[in-house]
Design a protein around this ligand. Structure first.
Ligand code: DAH
Length: 355
């Protein structure tokens, strides 16, 4: 048997035992590498005479072609095999039913707070915040509501200690105190936030939301208060004209004090804000009491201004036709899905600001 036949035989035997790509790579170098059996045969060829060389070269080249094509094919086989195995592992069963996904919604209260903040920011108010746990002093005393004042009973306060020194704030008004104590006039803020009272029925929840407003400067009058509220209510309810009336009232922290009603009517079971001969109470307001200014180191002979407070949840109920307040805080996803807002579906009066 010639050397070439031996080489061929040894290749066939080794080739038949190959198990993976690595073995194949080794076999390829054994035969075709720099000192591989086939490469060596090409070197020998030079020593042969012309006739012998012709025959040898033909045979050697045939063997070379045969083995390379065998090796190449085997490489392809291994690659295909790897792909097939991967496909098997990563197989996607497209007949399976899809998993349902739920996208989040913006709660009507958050939505309304964003709307209110952006409306007031248009006329120069900035947003202030304060803690839910307040001192009795900030919540009542500094707001001109001394200990024996009947207004304290009306607030159904959740006290947090025996001495009644700390409490869950019953309104957002204490943020007036915090803001004025921590800064210098003028002040022009709104304060959205959570408030607490021991109360629960269809229109009252123990935790609810209020919006406080405060504008203090050298010559702020009730006319400014009226203009500001008129603008806000028109913008918020997206109506051109509204009927609004100021009713004399009493709050310890304002003098004079008023409650504001807006006109409305019911048409086809729906509430229409701005028209009609019915009145809806919407907020409390007044000129900040000189005692409150004194308590916060603001000179009442130099500065004066107005304050107002309203229920955010009620505004949301009115604007978006929701009639049970308790549902706001039950975290029922079906409810939120119905009354909530798509983050990208912004209402027309929304100006792109957030809290
Ligand atoms: N704090 C009052 C309440 O909870 C609402 C209020 C009324 C706030 C008049 C004010 C105001 O700032 O001037 O009932």
């Amino acid at each position: 048997m010639s050397d070439l036949d031996n080489i061929l035989n040894s290749f066939e035997t080794k080739f038949s035992q190959i198990k993976n790509k690595n073995d194949l790579q080794n076999l390829k170098s054994e035969f075709f590498g720099k000192n591989g059996s086939i490469s060596l045969q090409f070197k020998i060829m030079g020593s042969l005479n012309v006739e012998e060389r012709k025959i040898f070269a033909k045979k050697l080249n045939d063997i070379k072609d045969k083995l390379t094509s065998q090796i190449d094919k085997k490489f392809k086989d291994f690659e295909n095999q790897a792909i097939n195995e991967k496909l098997k592992d990563e197989k996607v069963d497209i007949t399976l039913p899809i998993r349902s996904t739920q996208s989040g919604k913006i709660h009507p209260v958050s939505q309304v707070i964003d709307e209110i903040s952006s409306i007031f920011s248009e006329i120069g108010f900035s947003v202030a915040e304060g803690p839910d746990v307040e001192s009795e002093y900030n919540n009542f005393t500094a707001l001109n509501t001394p200990e024996d004042h009947p207004a304290r009973d009306m607030h159904d306060t959740f006290y947090l200690d025996k001495d009644k020194k700390t409490l869950l704030r019953t309104h957002t008004s204490p943020v007036q105190i915090r803001t004025m104590l921590n800064g210098k006039p003028p002040f022009k803020i709104i304060v959205p936030g959570r408030t607490y009272r021991c109360d629960s029925d269809q229109t009252h929840a123990p935790m609810f939301h209020q919006l406080e407003g405060l504008h203090i400067d050298k010559d702020i009058t009730m006319a400014h208060l009226k203009g500001c509220l008129n603008y806000f209510i028109r913008e918020f309810f997206e109506v051109k004209k509204i009927k609004m009336r100021f009713r004399p009232s009493h709050f310890p922290f304002t003098e004079p004090s008023a409650e504001v009603d807006i006109g409305y009517k019911i048409k086809n079971g729906k509430i229409i804000i701005g028209e009609g001969d019915k009145w809806l109470e919407i907020l409390g307001c007044g000129m900040v009491h000189p005692n409150v200014l004194k308590n916060t180191k603001v000179d009442p002979n130099k500065f004066q201004g107005f304050a107002f407070g309203m229920g955010i949840d009620r505004l949301a109920m009115l604007k978006y036709g929701i009639n049970d307040l308790r549902a706001f805080f039950e975290t029922d996803f079906r409810w939120l899905n119905h009354f909530g807002f798509d983050p990208l579906d912004v209402p027309t009066n929304y100006r792109g600001l957030s809290r």
